[in-house]
Ligand binder design. Sequence first.
Ligand code: ADP
Ligand code: ZN
Length: 794
Amino acid sequence: MHAARVLIDGPSELVFDYAIPDGLPVVPGCRVRVPLRNRSSSGTVLQVVEAQDLGFALRPLDSLTDPEPLITENLLKAGRWIANYYGCSMESVVRALLPEAVRTEENSAKTRKTVVLQGSPDEETLAKLEKRAPKQHTILSLLAHSPAKQLPLAELGASAAASVKSLASKGLVKLIDEEVRRDPEADGLDEILPDSPLTLTDEQQMALEAILDSISNDQFPIPKPEAPNMEKEIASPSAQHQPRSPGLGELGDLASPKSQAQSPLITDHSALGTAAKPFLLLGVTGSGKTEVYLQAAAKTLEAGKTVLVLVPEISLTPQTVRRFRARFAHVQEQVAVLHSNLSQGERFDEWHRIRKGKARIVIGARSAVFAPLPDLGLIIVDEEHENTYKQDQIPRYHGRDVAVLRAHLEGATIVLGSATPSLESFQNCLDGKYQLLRLTKRADSHSLPLIRVVDMRNEGRKTKANDTFLSERLRISIERKIANNEQVILFLNRRGFARSLQCPSCGYVCECPHCSVALTYHRTDDRLLCHICGHQAIVPRKCPECRDTGIFLQGFGTQKVEDVLKKVFPTARIARIDADAMRKKNALRDLLNAFQAKKIDILIGTQMIAKGLHFPNVTLVGILNADIGLHVPDFRAGERVFQLLTQVAGRAGRGELEGEVIVQTFTPHSPSIQFARHHDFDGFAEQELEMRRQFHFPPFTRCAVLTSRSTHKRLAEFTLETLHRRLKEDLPKSILLGDPLPSPLVRSHGQFRFQLMLRAASARTLAKHVQAALTKTTLPEEVTVVFDMDAWSF
Ligand code: ADP
Ligand code: ZN
């Protein structure tokens, strides 16, 4: 006898076993109704297990809500891995796997009453009707002349219902409930002009062929899972000897028998195809990565498989989405774009369209990694280095890493693309876990833009006014471009709340003597603090380098930049993109359209505009404050600045006109700026990886952050200190334990936050010890403790 292990819907995370009634096809991933105490409840089947002899009969489950499982076996496996690896509950993962819109019973397919003509009525009947019931006659002839011989009831006029009823009683028509799709694109906001494949450059061709080779069926057979065999879900003792999965160092660890208590993940590698290694497509900005994606996607569809395209954020990558729509305009109804602003009904319909294989190419942000595509052949993760792929709420998964796992489980090919890949992915190439594909030239044979670095320390001496964020060089350049009717993007590098002290005169930044990161200024107690080792310092009254007394807090907003620019360039048309612009529906799109139509001369923005925009008439990109991201207490600071500069510079000179980039900085010799200036990813990676290795940072370790939060400051602090003591006693030497410290954003939403950083070679070991410490500690009710594996911000 088999039993279903059911996760009950609701906040309390109950899991119960229920007997499966004879003949009911219950498999993992099914949605079911079950009795719970004296109510009926809904839930998701996590596993089907051999029913144990408990000495009493298990209650049987009531019914299947859907005839087929809503979560596929592979997605359920991915879900278990997420729960294990990121240390979160299965309930939270199931929530991510099945969107609210699909889970709730309130949603259902939308239908409309439709009248269908039955056969063709004979002359005699028609003549009779024309005389006695002209209304019925009209309806019949309308139906007969409609292309599908059917019409929605609502279109037949207000009083048609009665006539239709009599027609139905005569057997001339039938009234049915027809399913209609709530089409998110129905209002046709953007006109899509179909386009066709370009002739590839040699480099593109080679990349495409490598990708296609791995998609081709004969080489990499996609496994057809046999009838679900539940025992396989239990870790097999031989798991240890299975080859480690490509690129997923930790996966093997998690699947090993040691983690038997928690549900283990992949146990039977032989049942999975031998999917190729993940590809890392490293192509300079404008090298035509998107064209490679498009052609690989087309071939995948031709092979009868489906395609998943992940982008950092839909609203910020309108041009990528548009290019996919244009290329696949001939099969428009097969394309699904999962926006965050879909209505519940639209989401429900799109999800089911995907699951039924009607939408065969899905574009979406992070959470689309769970799109229930059948026969997945290809996953593309565009701009794979972007931090938006890391979810900052439970479950705190990394979309790119889950995509790699999913590709592995499904036997699909995966392509991670970027001009500035994350060092994690790049190191995976060096280790032979990923395969590197390179595009070194711009596809349109334009050269990469010339990058000029302006040393703001000199500018500061020239003019002491507070708003001298505009160097002479940049000002003159802007003037010239506007005179030529060319366009300018100005980029303001803003890193949220983290504040460092910088001398306006010489650019000196207060740094930690032990960690080579900027000290963070804490206003509350007027001191400087290192967020990695805890080093404290007093705030200098004079700059230690140049004795200037103007050492100040950095950070000016886009608003202020706009105000100043309006004064300096009174005739220019200036617009700004920031969080405000994002808030209004369509505001961003309208603005970008206006910019495209050359109705704006200067566009000011933050990180947001660094992503994938393509404006041929932009010939100048100015980066106002390249440094600010450098001086944040984060070991990825240098990497982020390098990425930003490279991406932003890539926005210049994308048309016939030569592009120019001006980088304003107080630290012109910082490696991030110098390597970006020379378009030298390899040089940057080599130096940065060496540093990471030396200081035991990722990708050479796994890094997690434990945060305590409470409205009571002392309570949050005390709880974390207690946990810290416990960890210190229990942790093996191989785990590096940081000190408990206030978070950079110490107070947010009325809550105080304290955090500590942990690093270890293995994520599993790390998670295990933290879990143990957490279970041994009784947490005060008013404190929330959050564990974030592979934390992405500090
Ligand atoms: P990336 O995604 O690498 O930044 P894009 O895919 O945006 O680069 O390509 C940059 C430009 O080059 C686009 O305008 C694109 O249409 C064009 N392009 C890409 N591939 C080719 C090609 N093989 N021949 C001509 N133009 C191309
Ligand atoms: Zn330090």
